[in-house]
Design a protein around this ligand. Structure first.
Ligand code: SAM
Length: 327
């Protein structure tokens, strides 16, 4: 295969590793919040909205008994969602040692800071590793194939180089069964680029977030077939402060097709909310989570700045080609 890094191979490799470490250290250092701290967060409703989006995706696509691969699982914030879907098995992987440690604590049921709850009903394996650097097919040979893979708010960390973006997709493709589902959320590159163009200079944001590009944005690179390594810094109040990479969706879709995926849908978070808030069961879920007040679409409890930050994200669903085994 063509080496996307060409002559600057060594330098690129080193800085890519440094950035991956920076991302890992950032997430590792984020300590668990108490329930009170969480409720006082300036982005509490955005967090709840994002939890609602992830819950809807899980409820739409997970089936009872499914084997689940959670790439970049973080502290295990989705464990309860998977439990509600009555899955049969869970493998979570994350690059941040601190997050995997918290995830293990949460899975084991002790010191769960959000709620006292019964043990999870599914067995789980939790691993610390770089899902975009390492071939996972051998590591997880005994756990595969998976019915569903989830990568929430994390796939964009693979777009620092073409090799990593490909490794991410190759891993998911190799581990999913034919007909298996890949769900995820990530920044919406079209929105970020549109906002950058509207901004004066290389930065934009509001009271809850800012985005800063270090270099002049290259439209040519963004529109090319090789738009990897388009870096910006993302700051989300009380949550993120990290180097991130643009994922132009049209290239993501065609790269995914190379790895045997077909697109089921892709939607910006605003569109996602409007579409699934038409369904009573998801309105009820929103009410219970408390992201949008009484479940009206007036975003009454979500601030305008949080709603604008929500617009920076999108969800996608891909299906691995082929027919599931009948047996
Ligand atoms: N998926 C979790 C959730 O939705 O709650 C965590 C999302 S958090 C915004 C992003 C996560 O991606 C962090 O836990 C971070 O450590 C993880 N991550 C970033 N780069 C990664 C990599 N190369 N391999 C595995 N995990 C990675």
């Amino acid at each position: 295969r063509h080496d996307p890094q060409g002559g600057a191979h060594f330098l690129e490799d080193e800085s890519t590793k440094n950035f991956a470490r920076k991302v890992a250290d950032h997430y590792s250092a984020r300590s668990n919040q108490t329930l009170e701290e969480r409720e006082a967060s300036p982005i509490i409703h955005l967090k709840k909205l994002n939890n609602w989006i992830k819950s809807v995706l899980i409820q739409l696509y997970a089936r009872r008994g499914d084997a689940v691969l959670d790439l970049a699982c973080g502290k295990g914030g989705d464990l309860i969602k998977w439990d509600k879907a009555k899955i049969g098995y869970y493998v979570g992987i994350d690059i941040a040692e601190g997050s995997i440690k918290d995830c293990r604590t949460r899975y084991n049921g002790d010191a769960d800071h959000h709620q006292r709850r019964k043990k999870f009903t599914f067995p789980a394996r939790l691993i610390c590793g770089d899902c975009y650097e390492v071939r996972l097919d051998k590591v997880l040979a005994d756990d595969a194939p998976f019915d569903i893979c989830s990568c929430q708010f994390a796939l964009h960390y693979s777009w620092s180089t073409e090799a990593r973006a490909r490794q991410a997709l190759a891993n998911v493709s190799a581990l999913l069964r034919p007909g298996g589902i890949f769900i995820g959320t990530m920044p919406d590159a079209n929105v970020i680029v549109k906002k950058l163009k509207e901004a004066e200079g290389l930065t934009f944001g509001n009271s809850v977030y800012w985005v800063r590009f270090d270099e002049e944005f290259s439209e040519k690179k963004f529109k090319s077939s090789s738009p990897f390594g388009i870096k910006y810094t993302f700051h989300l109040e009380d949550a993120v402060d990290c180097p991130e990479w643009i994922v132009p969706f049209h290239v993501f879709k065609s790269l995914a097709e190379e790895y045997d995926f077909e697109l089921v849908f892709a939607k910006n978070s605003h569109e996602f909310v409007h579409e699934y808030m038409k369904k009573p069961e998801f309105v009820e879920l929103m009410r219970r989570l408390g992201a949008l007040g009484d479940g009206n679409q007036d975003h009454s409890t979500l601030s305008a700045d949080e709603w604008e930050a929500a617009y920076l994200y999108m969800s996608f669903v891909l299906r691995k080609r082929g027919q599931p085994d009948k047996s």
